[in-house]
Design a protein around this ligand. Structure first.
Ligand code: NAD
Length: 250
């Protein structure tokens, strides 16, 4: 087995936890990083139970100096970070007229700048070794699709991640570092299930109009992230993979 060190941000959330589980099943060391420190230990335990090695890492990705210090400490402790699932993010729903500067700043700070800070610090170390794989989490909301019309700040944050991924792949590729992104569509998170229970058809509606007539399972998003982090995907670079059952074509 080729045990690698993989950093997962937003690791205590729905998709992040599923990514940790997927990487643990492949036997990797998984750095479980999240701003909600109290939610980290169960994920670390799950990684260990699934055959990986879980490591707790409290981390606020929107704080550049915290990201720099954490990445430097992890590299000195484990020798390297081989792959990063740059997954931490916050949602936002609100029309243009209800979106204030503070909303934009909060969403862009965590989603776009947070992923930038993590990518930058990890890439610095990966480039020194000439090896690394980074998978950013964007969204099909960043590509524009009609169901995302009420979240201009979120769409902006995810569109910027797509642009950043493509640009970074050109700069980092020659240094041996691959950069890709996943663009999930509707995903069966706990929040989604709760809204489905509370609001029924209003939430069930959009996935019911997709080709498979359903939202993605968490494991279906996680397995694509794990694939893109693996050397099986060695030649894939600068791509933004839609994991949406066929809502967006590009
Ligand atoms: N759920 C969906 O339908 C969906 C669709 C497309 C894209 N996404 C993206 O997938 C990613 C994960 O979403 P999720 O549904 O699992 O959300 P979630 O809220 O369940 O998990 C997000 C995690 O990120 C953590 N986090 C938030 N801010 C952070 C920060 N500053 N530093 C570190 N960690 C932070 C949270 O504590 C949480 O554990 C996000 O980037 C989200 O935008 C989700």
């Amino acid at each position: 087995m080729d045990r690698k060190t993989m950093l997962v941000t937003g690791a205590a959330g729905s998709i992040g936890r599923a990514i940790c589980a997927e990487l643990a099943r492949a036997g990797h060391r998984v750095i479980v990083a999240d701003v909600l420190e109290a939610n980290i230990p169960p994920v670390v335990d799950e990684v260990d139970a699934l055959g990986g090695e879980g490591v707790a890492q409290p981390l606020d990705v929107s704080d550049p100096s915290a990201v720099r210090d954490a990445v430097a400490a992890l590299v000195s402790r484990f020798g390297a970070i081989d792959g990063v699932a740059n997954n931490a993010g916050v949602p936002h729903v609100g029309s243009i007229f209800d979106t204030e500067l503070a909303d934009l700043e909060r969403v862009l700070r965590t989603n776009t700048m947070g992923e930038f800070f993590v990518m930058k610090e990890c890439a610095r170390h990966m480039a020194e070794r000439g090896y690394g794989r980074i998978v950013n989490t964007a969204s099909i909301a960043g590509k524009g699709f009609h169901e995302s019309r009420s979240s201009v700040a979120y769409a902006a944050s995810k569109g910027a991640i797509i642009a950043m991924t493509r640009s970074a792949s050109l700069e980092l590729g020659p240094l041996g570092v691959a950069v890709n992104a996943v663009c999930p569509g509707h995903v069966r998170t706990e929040l989604y299930e709760r809204l489905l229970g509370e609001r029924g058809f209003e939430v069930q509606g959009p996935p019911a109009r997709t080709p498979f007539r359903r939202a993605a399972e968490l494991s279906e998003v996680a397995s694509v992230v794990a694939f893109l982090l693996s050397d099986v995907a060695a030649i894939v670079n600068g791509q933004t993979w839609n994991v949406d059952g066929g809502i967006v074509f590009d």
